[in-house]
Design a protein around this ligand. Sequence first.
Ligand SMILES: CC(=O)N[C@H]1[C@@H](OP(=O)(O)OP(=O)(O)OC[C@H]2O[C@@H](n3ccc(=O)[nH]c3=O)[C@H](O)[C@@H]2O)O[C@H](CO)[C@@H](O)[C@@H]1O
Ligand SMILES: C=C(OP(=O)(O)O)C(=O)O
Length: 416
Amino acid sequence: MQRLLIDGGRRLEGEVPIHGAKNAVLPILAATLLGGRSTLYNCPALSDVDAAGKILAMLGCVLERQDDRITVDARDITYLDLPEQLMREMRSSILFLGAILARCGRACLSFPGGCELGARPIDLHIEGLRRLGASIVEEHGCLRCRIDGRFRGAEITLPFPSVGATENILLAAVTAEGRTTLHNAAREPEICDLADFLNACGGAVTIEGDRITVEGVEALHDGVHRVIPDRIEAATYLCAGAATGGELLLTGVCPRHLSAVLPMLEKAGCRIEAGENSIRLRAPARLAAVDSVKTMPYPGFPTDAQAPLMAALCTARGTSMFVENIFEARYKHVGELLRMGARIEVEGRVALVRGVEALSGANLCCTDLRGGAAMVIAALAAEGRSTLTGLRHIDRGYQDLEQGLCRVGAKISRER
Ligand SMILES: CC(=O)N[C@H]1[C@@H](OP(=O)(O)OP(=O)(O)OC[C@H]2O[C@@H](n3ccc(=O)[nH]c3=O)[C@H](O)[C@@H]2O)O[C@H](CO)[C@@H](O)[C@@H]1O
Ligand SMILES: C=C(OP(=O)(O)O)C(=O)O
């Protein structure tokens, strides 16, 4: 079993280049099914990206990867059904549904299943695709789906701005007959990136606030696209810098996408300088508590940054309050932080973090992707050594995390 050995108590200082965004590249890889030859730059090397590649290859696409560039040739799709094992390997495999249906007219997928954050239903995806003309039958844990001819544009209002449902609807609508208007759509930067990719391939997608208009086109053509920087990877490094009283310069990042995270770090006492593609953070020796971190759909505070910020605030002066509004089970990291001496009380959606003078190293296990990142941050700030198992979670979403942290002064090694 692989594990990380982390010797805490070292101030982080130096430069961190940020990779491309996991949550942008995954829907874009699904979108490549709709086109001919797609060339994507700034693709992170992550196990989730490998899983998406496996799905594309299984469907008959030809993929090539060189450094951060992935090319996908989707001209000859041969296979339409995704085996359960691949659906379970990566929850975002559900994003392939809209694209496979649009391209092939039928699809059979197993349910992606629940995960570490709670049930994560897909009712909004299914309802949206039905509104566009799909017939979807749910039986024996599978979705049997078909459309007659092309999807047909429709007016759809989402009851909640689900990121994945917005993406699936977009993927179905881009080659539909006629216009689709999606109201109360998710506004995350990754949605804009997907729209930019689709438009680069001949799509006609317009985003105005929470309304997305798609003029359906017959087919997409070859396209070239550069994936946006990963705002959650950036937030994670900023929290690591903040937790260790450090000074970090993040490069290749988009500060605009962190407009809810940077003010929180400032409230905690950090000095932030945002350039066009860079962020410099200077942290005080001890952070101040932040009274209210409420996760919300973008442009609100991202749920994916909740656990990393909580880890940083465990040793802040005073009591911080978190309210998790997006997922019902996103405090699983708390139990592990308690093992390190943190004082955190959870009641429903609310977590109160009473800052302690110091955390102490412990044996820890990643509970989920961002929970795992939170444990790394807490371990970097703690006195003594921590060991961390369950690394498959971290490898889903962070490219070369240990190397990135070691370059700025952390002492971490992976035991294989
Ligand atoms: C690969 C990817 O991009 N993952 C991100 C995406 O996940 P994902 O796309 O799964 O997140 P959603 O925005 O869809 O989910 C938000 C909430 O809506 C609920 N819901 C969603 C769909 C549905 O059909 N029915 C329903 O009830 C979910 O259970 C959850 O409580 O957005 C989340 C919220 O920003 C992020 O934490 C994830 O990192
Ligand atoms: C929850 C996340 O991802 P996923 O939707 O892939 O589980 C995340 O990136 O924090």
